[in-house]
Design a protein around this ligand. Structure first.
Ligand code: IFM
Length: 469
C-alpha cells in the first residue's frame, strides 16, 4: 500500500486522519502492541503484601508531582486487570508490554518472592497466553523498593546484585509464562533524573551519584541477563533504552561538540556498553571528575555486554542541541525540533524515529529491535457523544509507524512496535495531567473509553494481518 503523505511531514493536523501507513513492510510475526508500567497503572499500593517503592515515597513528598498526584490508585489495574486484558483482546493487539512491581514481588528488595504477588502475576500472564497475546515483561520500570534506596539506592553497587537476584527469582517463578523479557526501562531516566536533576524518584541531585547509578543500572542489566538465561535458556532478553534523535544547531565546532556531549550522555553511555562492549572514550572523559573509570571494575564491561536478543528502543521526538555555557556539566541545551504541539511540549517529528532506527543499525549492525515505546500526550476529553476524538494522536502514530516502515525498508531489523500507552496513566512528575493512552481513563469512576486512536490502531493491525495473509 502506498502512503499518501511523505513520512517527513509533521503530522499534527486533523487531515492526517485519512492517512494510512504502509503495512507491507512489516513481517508476518511483527509484534504490534501497547505498553504500560506497574506504578503508572496498578494502584493497590498497600495490598497483597506490597511494600513501598521510591515512587511511593517521592510522590507523597510535597511539591514533587503536579497537584500532588500519586500512584496510590492510578488506573486501579491491580483489581481491573481482567477487563483491561479484555480491551487488549478486543483491540487485536498481538503483544502487550507490562512491568512487574519489584516492591510487590519482593517488598524488602531481598529474600524470597512474595507468593501473593507471584500468584497475581501468574494469573495475569496466564490470561495473556490464553488470549494469544505475547507478553513482553519488564522487570524494572523505576520502582525501586524503598529499603534498597535506604541502603544506598542505585549509586550503591550492591543494588545491581540485588536486582540480579530478583531477576533470577522472577525467571524461576514466572519465566514459563513469557518468552520476551526486558531487564530495565530507560536507565538514563532512573540515573540522571532520579539522582542528577532530582525531577524523578528518589529526588536526589548529585551528578556523581547519577553517574554511579548509571553504571550500576547498566551492570544490573548485564548481571540479570546472565541470571535469566541460566534459568530460562530459551527466552529472549533485552533492555529498553530511550534513544533521542539529536540534531546539531549549526556546523560551528562548539555546537558540534555540545551535540556530541549530549549524545554521549543520553545515548551512547547506555547503548555502547550493551551493544559494543564498553563505554566510549568520550563518556569516560565526560565523567572523569565523577570517577567513572574507578566505578567500572574489571569484568564489568564484559558483564554489561552479555549478548542480548533484542534492543528495546523507546523514542518520542527530536531535539536541536547547541552549546550553552550556562548549563552545568554538559554545557549544552536543547530546543524542540518543530513547534512543540503535544501537551508535554514535545514536538511531532516522525522522521526522527526512522533516523534513530537507522542509526542503531549503522552503529550496532544486525541488532534486532523492538520499538518498546512511542506515543504522545494530548489534552484528550470526552465529547458530548461520549467519544474521545484524539485525531492528533492518530496523526502522530500514522507518521511514526510510516517512519518505522521506511526504516525496515532501509534494512533495520525491526520486529515490534508498542504504543505508549495502552491506558492513560500516572505520568510520573506530571501526575495525571498528561494523557498518553489509546484508552481514556476517567479517574473518578475508573471508566475506560477506547479513543479514536484505539480503533485506528486495531484497524491497522487487522490491515497488516490481511496483507501478510
Ligand atoms: O510514561 C513514560 C514511561 O514510563 C517511560 N518512557 C516515557 C513515557 C512518557 O513520558
Amino acid at each position: 500500500m502506498t502512503p499518501t503523505r511523505s513520512a517527513d511531514m509533521t503530522l499534527t493536523t486533523r487531515s492526517a486522519m485519512t492517512w494510512q501507513p504502509d503495512v507491507d513492510a512489516f513481517g508476518a510475526d511483527f509484534a504490534w502492541g501497547a505498553a504500560t508500567a506497574a506504578y503508572q497503572i496498578e494502584g493497590a499500593v498497600a495490598e497483597g503484601g506490597r511494600g513501598p517503592s521510591i515512587w511511593d515515597t517521592f510522590a507523597h513528598m510535597p511539591g514533587r508531582t503536579t497537584r500532588g498526584d500519586t500512584g496510590d490508585i492510578a488506573c486501579d489495574h491491580y483489581h481491573r486487570w481482567e477487563s483491561d486484558l479484555d480491551i487488549i483482546r478486543d483491540l487485536g493487539l498481538r503483544a502487550y508490554r507490562l512491568s512487574l512491581s519489584w516492591s510487590r514481588l519482593q517488598p524488602s528488595g531481598t529474600g524470597p518472592l512474595n507468593p501473593v504477588a507471584v500468584a497475581h502475576y501468574r494469573r495475569l500472564l496466564g490470561r495473556l497466553k490464553e488470549i494469544g497475546v505475547r507478553a513482553f515483561v519488564t522487570l524494572y520500570h523505576w520502582d525501586l523498593p524503598q529499603p534498597l534506596e535506604d541502603a544506598g539506592g542505585w549509586p550503591a553497587r550492591a543494588t545491581a546484585y540485588r536486582f540480579a537476584d530478583y531477576a533470577g527469582l522472577v525467571a524461576d517463578e514466572l519465566g514459563d509464562l513469557a518468552e520476551d523479557w526486558i531487564t530495565i526501562n530507560e536507565p538514563w531516566c532512573s540515573s540522571f533524573l532520579g539522582y542528577g536533576t532530582g525531577a524523578h524518584a528518589p529526588g536526589r541531585s548529585d551528578l556523581g551519584e547519577a553517574v554511579a547509578a548509571a553504571h550500576h543500572l547498566n551492570l544490573a542489566h548485564g548481571l540479570a541477563v546472565a541470571n535469566i538465561r541460566h534459568r530460562r535458556p530459551h527466552v529472549a532478553v533485552g533492555v529498553a533504552h530511550i534513544v533521542t534523535d539529536l540534531v546539531t544547531a549549526s556546523e560551528q565546532p562548539e555546537d558540534l561538540a555540545a551535540a556530541a556531549r549530549y549524545d554521549a550522555n543520553n545515548n551512547r553511555m547506555f547503548l555502547d556498553p550493551v551493544l559494543r562492549g564498553g563505554y566510549p572514550v568520550d563518556v569516560y572523559e565526560l565523567y572523569r571528575a565523577q570517577r567513572l573509570a574507578e566505578l567500572v571494575r574489571d569484568g564489568d564491561e564484559a558483564t554489561i555486554a552479555t549478548p542480548v536478543d533484542f534492543l528495546g528502543l523507546n523514542h518520542y521526538h527530536q531535539l536541536i542541541v547547541r552549546h550553552d555555557p550556562t548549563v552545568a556539566h554538559l554545557q549544552a541545551s536543547t530546543t524542540p525540533a518543530e513547534p512543540a504541539t503535544t501537551s508535554l511540549r514535545w514536538s511531532v517529528t516522525p522522521e526522527s524515529l526512522r533516523r534513530v532506527l537507522v542509526r542503531v543499525e549503522r552503529d550496532y549492525p544486525g541488532t534486532p529491535i523492538h520499538v518498546t515505546e512511542n506515543g504522545a500526550s494530548f489534552d484528550d476529553y470526552v465529547d458530548h457523544s461520549g467519544q474521545v476524538a484524539d485525531n492528533e494522536r492518530i496523526g502522530y502514530l500514522s507518521g511514526y509507524v510510516q517512519a518505522a516502515a521506511e526504516a525496515i525498508r532501509e534494512g533495520v531489523n525491526l520486529q515490534g512496535y508498542f504504543v505508549w500507552s495502552l491506558l492513560d496513566n500516572f505520568e510520573w512528575a506530571e501526575g495525571y495531567s498528561k494523557r498518553f493512552g489509546l484508552v481514556y481513563v476517567d479517574y473518578h469512576t475508573q471508566t475506560r473509553i477506547p479513543k479514536a486512536s484505539a480503533a485506528w490502531y486495531r484497524d491497522l493491525i487487522a490491515r497488516h494481518a490481511r496483507a501478510v495473509g
